[in-house]
Ligand binder design. Structure first.
Ligand code: SF4
Length: 237
């Protein structure tokens, strides 16, 4: 267990969630660290790859917590930050799985090789699609990330494990044409589940109005196209 303490940095924990793993009651470990800088990031405190001083959660503490909650919770989700940056993830998931939990992962598809490694241990994956190819650099804060995201998506499409794709619809950076483009791409990739997530202005964004956020996810043509393109499609407000 001492290796986990050293190798898995936990920024925060949601001890009870019914929205982070479809149809399951989960505890969520938000792992520290993300190399990207998305303009709509809700978890800026998790971006640093350094452990915060005096952390509230260690892996040992989290592990003891989920050991006690077995029977009440049935799933554990590893989220972030970007959980695939942490090399201790595979061992940590394995340890949690031994308790009998089903495992979910939230990722932006940052490291396809790391995804491939943990995939046999996963029961469900939520993959963020930030935007269309031409905007990925802006949407990840200047990183050439699209190739890795595409590889990660292909891995998920090929693997047979359940997964969803979702896009946070920030009207500062995305428009309806972009959402059509993402939809066409995901449909062509044979994705079955896709969700649009309403953007809620992050700290420091004093410009974006609720009606602008709503407008972007309410276009009738777009919604009809997306509904017809995927087995499951919905809007998350
Ligand atoms: S990938 Fe997620 S955690 Fe990383 S900067 Fe973007 S929104 Fe924030």
């Amino acid at each position: 267990m001492s290796d986990f303490k050293k190798n898995l940095l936990i920024g925060d924990v949601q001890t009870f969630s019914i929205v982070d793993f479809p149809s399951h009651i989960a505890a969520v470990a938000f792992l520290q660290g993300c190399p990207w800088r998305c303009p709509f990031c809700y978890n800026k405190g998790l971006q640093s790859l350094e452990q915060v001083p005096d952390p509230q959660w260690t892996f040992e503490k989290f592990f003891k917590f989920i050991e006690r909650r077995k029977g009440f919770l049935d799933a554990v989700v590893f989220s972030g930050g970007e959980p695939l940056v942490q090399d201790g993830l595979f061992d940590a998931i394995q340890k949690v799985k031994e308790l009998g939990y089903i495992i979910g992962l939230h990722t932006g598809g940052y490291r396809p090789d790391a995804l491939k490694k943990v995939l046999p241990l996963l029961d469900w994956i939520g993959l963020d699609i930030k935007g269309p190819k031409k905007k990925y650099k802006i949407l990840t804060g200047g990183f050439d990330a699209y190739g890795n995201v595409q590889k990660s998506l292909q891995i998920l499409v090929d693997c047979g494990t359940k997964f969803e794709c979702r896009t946070t619809c920030d009207p500062r950076t995305l428009n309806i044409e972009d959402l059509f483009e993402i939809g066409h791409f995901l449909k062509q990739m044979n994705v079955k589940e896709y969700y649009l997530q309403k953007y809620r202005p992050v700290e420091g964004d004093t410009i974006t109005t609720d009606s602008a956020c709503e407008e972007l996810i309410s276009d009738d043509r777009l919604l009809s196209f997306l509904s017809q393109s995927f087995e499951k499609f919905d809007i998350r407000r």
